[in-house]
Design a protein around this ligand. Structure first.
Ligand SMILES: Nc1nc2c(ncn2[C@@H]2O[C@H](COP(=O)(O)OP(=O)(O)OP(=O)(O)O)[C@@H](O)[C@H]2O)c(=O)[nH]1
Ligand SMILES: [Mg+2]
Length: 179
């Protein structure tokens, strides 16, 4: 349905904004996508390839691609980047050990020519789990304050309950309206 609707909207001139969701495996990307869409937690299994859905926020249409995050799949993330207006980087806030891997992926992404005009939303997911890192800790570890080339925003959230996700969609809307 997403694809058909996107074609219809293109015909009637109401532009769709492309969004890609990236992040390491198990970060919660697919859970975020379906929480955006259905406002419920869905059962997921590791994504091989991608899922795509249309999300509408008060007449603003986003075409959202959720990409598999396993190590072997990360090398092909770039193939989704063209015409992307927003990148959502989902972080498992309990996964302290792999935050440096996320940092490398983030800074590599920022250097990609197809993302030069993209805004970056970092979701500090799994805030419901005791001992998870705060959004401020994640910001610091990912050295977000050194990013001057792209608009960015960090948001604490829980994809299981949806907490923090409406605020994320609001920020995404401000980014595409601003452009
Ligand atoms: N406690 C908790 N668990 C979560 C949250 N978000 C996702 N999960 C769980 O984390 C696991 C992985 O979620 P997915 O959405 O499949 O992760 P993914 O990032 O799409 O993983 P890949 O497709 O392999 O890249 C699932 O068991 C989810 O239920 C959250 O906010 N809190
Ligand atoms: Mg997935």
């Amino acid at each position: 349905m997403g694809f058909f609707l996107s074609k219809m909207l293109a015909v009637f001139g109401d532009r769709e904004h492309k969004v890609v969701i990236v992040g390491l495996d198990n970060a919660g990307k697919t859970t975020v996508l379906y929480q955006f869409l259905t406002k419920e937690a869905v059962h997921t299994s590791p994504t091989i390839g991608s899922n795509v859905e249309e999300i509408t926020v008060r007449k603003t249409h986003f075409l959202v691609w959720d990409i598999g995050g396993q190590e072997s799949l990360r090398a092909s993330w770039y193939s989704y980047y063209s015409n992307t207006e927003i990148v959502i980087l989902v972080v498992d806030s309990t996964d302290r050990e792999r935050l440096t891997v996320t940092k490398e992926e983030l800074h590599q992404m920022l250097a990609h020519e197809d993302l030069q005009n993209a805004s970056i939303l970092i979701l500090a997911n799994k805030q419901d789990i005791k001992g998870s890192m705060t959004a401020a800790e994640i910001s610091q570890c990912l050295t977000l304050d050194t990013i001057t080339t792209h608009p960015w925003h960090v948001q604490a959230c829980c994809a299981l309950t949806g907490e923090g996700l409406p605020a994320s969609l609001d920020w995404m809307k401000t980014q595409v309206v601003a452009n």
